[in-house]
Design a protein around this ligand. Sequence first.
Ligand code: AMP
Ligand code: GLY
Length: 425
Amino acid sequence: MKVLIIGSGGREHALAWKIAQSPRVDRVFVAPGNAGTASEAENVDISPTDFARLIKFVKQNDVRLTVVGPEQPLVAGIVDAFAAEKLRIFGPSKAAAELEGSKSFCKNVLRQADVPTADYHVFRDHDSAATYLAEREDRPIVVKADGLAAGKGVFVCQNRDDALEAVRRIARDKEFGAAGNHIVIEDRLDGEEASVMAITDGRTIVTLPPAQDHKRAGDGDTGPNTGGMGAYSPAPRVTPELLATIEERMLVPTVHAMKRNRRPFRGVLYAGVMLTNQGPRVLEYNARFGDPECQAILMRLKSDLVDLLEAAVDGQLDRLERVEWSPDPAVCVVMASRGYPGNYERGLPIRGLEIAASVPGVKVFHAGTTTRQGQVVTDGGRVLGVTASGASISAAKLQAYTAVKAIRWDGAWCRKDISDRALEA
Ligand code: AMP
Ligand code: GLY
């Protein structure tokens, strides 16, 4: 059968690579894809939010399954648009994707489902939020724009003045546009973060092995926030007991609450979890695979991903055979452009990809790349996700960095300590 993947990042390259391995799949398309997906599959030059053209393409090419990578098309209702045409698509409906698209909606569901999370309040305007801040005790707090803001709408504040500034930027300056129409203010939690994802058909869940990403730009988890500079799986801090708790006390009650709310959640339910001294707390839900967690996790998947995705789409996860995972850990190191997460240049030729690909256990997933006159060039801030599996986390790390060293372009950089947190655990 033919499969279409929507998106253009490292996550989508990993999905294309894994889906192309399915004996049941003979053609994989990626819209719009990158230079890496072009070598694994066929790129289609259609934007992820141009639903009409995507639907036309799927019908003309007899695509039997569409898999959505990023959150924007989900929150904009791509799954509803496909379903209206009776086309099979993996991902949550617009109503269910609100779990990621609206932080206040997410918090309400968490409260309803009695899932441990930070205490919070929601405000509709600048003044009510500012009054609340003025009246409460001056301690660390987190201020969030309610809607999608490409990861930039969250302010982790040390004190009241920082929080007031964040409220101003969201509600008065409207830095995030309509995403700032509501403001969520919550207690700051301390601990280490982990990513726990599950694939669900709205009733049954299949929990994936835990992962951790490195969100900060600098070594030792310092510097500005990014889309993620690397990831690894498994995450030793998430012990099997802790994973069972997260599944039973967080993921399952959330899936049930969504069903009760008549917004059944089908797709990837991704819990960003803070491991506090008082136990795990959900920081947020995402409605899709994490990037770069997906790259590390899919390196470890032994079963056919298409079986898993189709069972979720068809509401038959309860009938699926056990999903098999390699015990070997995987580490993904992101190579980025000079200037990222700020401004950066595009179009720089990348060298050494073949040598990197020949390092044992390594797969180089492309993120921000394109092809110009037969040459792979940079086309984004996060350019590559160099991913390796090995007999241990440190073995996987070594292989990944061996491959990284072979790759060059002007201004290429990466963190040097991806997965060290796992080694400390
Ligand atoms: P979110 O998009 O809600 O996950 O927030 C993005 C990042 O902000 C998270 O990955 C955390 O690093 C941080 N964050 C969010 N909420 C909190 C909180 N209540 N306490 C501490 N850090 C938080
Ligand atoms: N790695 C974080 C995310 O995908 O949101």
